[in-house]
Ligand binder design. Sequence first.
Ligand SMILES: [Zn+2]
Length: 410
Amino acid sequence: MYQTIFIIIVAILLAEYLISRLLDNLNTQWRGKELPNELIGIYDEDKYKKSQEYGKTNSRFSLISSSFQLVLILLMLFLGGFAWFDEIAQGFSSHFVWSALIFFGILFFLSDIINIPFSVYSTFVIEEKFGFNKTTVKTFILDKLKGWLLTIIIGGGILGFIIWLYFQTTDMFWIYAWIGLSGFSIFMTMFYSNLIVPLFNKQTPLEEGELREAISKFGKKAGFKIDKIYVIDGSKRSSKANAYFTGLGKKKRIVLYDTLINDLEIDEIVAVLAHEIGHYKLKHTLVSMILSIIQSGVIFYILSLFIGNKDLSMALGAEKYSFELSLIAFGMLFSPISTVIGLFMNVFSRKNEYQADKFANSYGLGNSLISSLKKLSLSSLTNLTPHPAYVFAYYSHPTLYQRILAIKKN
Ligand SMILES: [Zn+2]
C-alpha cells in the first residue's frame, strides 16, 4: 500500500509542476497580444516594453525556482530524507510534541535557508532592475529574523497544540483542533493590525486635510463610519501601491499605502476606498472568513481519517508510524484538493471584486476608479494581456480590462 501512496505523491508533484509550467507558457505566448482600445495609452511605448520584459523575467525566474524545488523534494522522497530527518529529531527528544516540533523546525529552516538566494535575487536583482525595490539589506535581514521568530512562536505554538491534542483525544481531535484554530484566526483577524503589522511597518493615522475630508464626506454618503484610516509606510520595501481593509467590528480599519497617496489624486483615492468599503458593506470580509472556517473544519475532518495511517509514514521511508511524517504525506496527497478549493475561492473573490467596483460606481466614482486602476497597473507594470486560463487559475482579481468593461457597463 505504501508504495502506491509513494507513486501517487510523486505523480501529484509532477502533474502540479507540469500544469503550472503549461499555464506559464500560455501566458508568455499572450504577451504582446494586440491591446483592446480601453487599454491603449496607459503605458507609453517604453513602459510597455518594460512591462513585457518584467513579465518575461519573472516567468524565467519562476521556471528556475520551481524546477529547483521540484528536484529537491523528489530527492527527499527518493532518498528517504523525510524519515532521516525524523530520526534525527527523535534523537533530540523522546517526547512526541517536542520531537515533532524539532522535525518541522529542521524542515522549515532548511527550506527557508535554501530559498534565501532566490528571494535575494528576486528582491535585489529583479525588483531592483525594474525600479520597484526600496528594501535595504538591513530591512531584508530584519524581516527574515522577525519572520523566523513569528514562525517559531505562532507556527510552533499552533502545531504543538494540534499534535498534543491528537495524542490526547485521537478520534475527536479534529473538532478541538478546528475550534482552537478558528478561535485563533478570528483573534488574529481582529488584532493583526495591532500585533503583527507594527513589527514590520509604521502605521500613522491619516492626517487632517483635504484627503481626510473627502474620505469622511464619502463615508457619510455611504452610511459608513470611517474613523480609523491609517497610512502605512509601504515605500519602505517597494514602490508598488496598495490599500486594504482589515479587522472586524470595532477593530475594522482602512489602511492606505503611502505610495498610493503619492501616486493618486484625491478623487481616485476616494474611489479605491469606496471599493474597499464596498467589500465590507457587502459582507465579503465576513463571508470569506466563514468560508475559510468551514474549509478548515472539512480539512481537519479528512485529516483525522488518515492521520493514524501507518502507510503514510512508510511512504516517506519510515519503518514505523510517525505523526509528523504522516502529516507531511497527507499534505502532499491533499494538495490537488486544496488547489481545487483555491480555484473556487478565486472565482468567489473575482465575483466580489466586480461587486465592490459596482458599489464604488454606484456613488458616481466609476471614472475615478478606472483612472486609479490604470495608474496602479502602470506603477506595478501589470501584464495587460494575461492568458484567460492563467487568470482563471491564479487571479484573485479580474484583469484590468475586465474591470474597466464591467464598470463602464454599469
Ligand atoms: Zn477588492
